[in-house]
Design a protein. Structure first.
Length: 401
């Protein structure tokens, strides 16, 4: 058996499926066209399929047919691939680029395709598996609580018992060289929070600001003050990142509006940061609202917990990477990565690991290439057989003696 050779034979089919999914991206929890493509690609694979109630998720269970281990305990491995795209108008220049106003700018089309490939590879080896594999095809990773929805509907227990191990691979369009696999024990990805602020006051004529309470002026000061509050209240070695992603105010240049608002994402690596963040942001924002004599509404909500890898699982997956791809293909990340993932919810319940796979096109400089979530992001789908082989290798390593 050579998983990598078998995966490479599937390369053209995997590339075709990825590009079909890429052409037709869907956002959120409802991905009917993507689900149809995945179900068609799984046709003939001996898996037990169930679909989501609250979303268009797919859970597929492959039953290994090998004898149970000597201790009689069958194990279950969960493999995750997310399926949703982002509301970004694509500018990648690829000849298979999407044209519907959405884009697979985070590589989820590759994740989905690689998981389909892993299902085919493992099905061919099911007579060697003394346990079961759960394939978790997840919608709604990009801020829609898709993992939470699937967990609530039973994905962790889909094989009839709680999964013993859980693994996911996330591709990267930049930063990492093509083909390099990166992970680390402990915190690997940041926790994420959403900060939403709405400021209101009497509006009026732009030529008479003294007759109004200008929410735009107040919000402009608040955004700058928040950046200072972060750097002056948190240790640089335990950082907090705050980025304002949306800002809404006004209808014309000569009208002071009654309402202005902004939304920000906040990232941190420490589980005890949330109470301090809430207190510091509230104090800072309410103080400035008082100074500007405006009303303010503040909403600060957790989005994702930090993604925490089990140290033993990281060591195991690193060994699989080295065995399948070579010693130089794995590297330990020196520090956690600022991005966030709802696979964290799976790892909160099941020991496992998330790894990152460099998918920067080989003709691009990974330090200069557009990154994930960029409208110009490009991913090398030649890496698909290797990702599929690794996912399969994780399951084989846990379910064969």
């Amino acid at each position: 058996m050579n998983l990598l050779d078998d995966a490479r034979e599937m390369g053209p089919e995997l590339r075709h499926l990825r590009r079909e999914i890429h052409r037709d991206p869907e956002v959120g929890l409802s991905l009917p066209n993507t689900r149809e493509k995945v179900l068609k690609a799984l046709d003939g694979v001996p898996v037990e399929i169930s679909t989501g109630i609250e979303s268009t998720s797919i859970t597929a269970v492959l039953r290994g047919t090998a004898e149970s281990p000597s201790d009689g305990e069958r194990s279950t491995v969960l493999l995750r691939g997310d399926m949703d795209a982002l509301p970004i108008r694509e500018q990648s220049g690829e000849d298979f680029a999407a044209t519907n106003g959405a884009m697979h700018a985070c590589g989820h089309d590759l994740h989905t395709t690689a998981l389909v490939g892993a299902a085919h590879l493992l099905a061919a080896q099911r007579n060697r598996l003394s346990g079961d594999v759960v394939f978790m095809f997840q919608p709604g990773e990009e801020g829609w609580n898709g993992a939470e929805t699937m967990i609530r509907e039973g994905v962790l227990d889909a094989a009839g018992r709680r999964a013993d191990h859980a693994y996911a691979i996330h591709v990267s369009a930049s930063q990492s060289p093509n083909g390099l696999v990166v992970s680390r024990p402990g915190v690997v990805l940041a926790a994420a929070y959403t900060l939403e602020v709405t400021v209101s006051g009497p509006g009026g004529h732009g030529a008479m600001p003294d007759k109004t309470r200008d929410p735009i002026t107040a919000i402009a000061e608040m955004i700058g003050a928040l950046q200072t509050a972060v750097t002056r209240n948190f240790n640089v070695f335990d950082p907090v990142i705050l980025t304002v992603g949306t800002l809404h105010a006004g209808t014309r240049h000569n009208i002071i509006p009654e309402v202005a608002s902004f939304e920000a994402t906040v990232r941190t690596f420490s589980s005890d940061s949330e109470p301090r963040l809430r207190e510091i942001f509230t104090r800072c924002l309410k103080g400035l609202a008082m100074a500007h004599d405006v009303d303010i509404d503040i909403r600060f909500e957790p989005e994702f917990s930090a993604t925490v890898n089990d140290s033993g699982e990281v060591e195991f997956t690193a060994d699989v990477v080295r065995e399948l791809l070579g010693e130089r293909r794995y590297a330990t990340a020196p520090h956690p990565i600022n991005a966030s993932e709802d696979f964290s919810l799976v790892l909160d319940a099941v020991p496992g690991a998330m790894l990152l796979f460099g998918a920067c096109p080989p003709d691009a400089d990974p330090d200069r290439a557009p990154g994930n979530h960029s409208p110009s992001a490009r991913f090398d789908d030649a890496i698909l057989p290797e990702v599929a082989a690794l996912l399969s290798g994780f399951a084989m390593g846990r379910l064969t003696e």
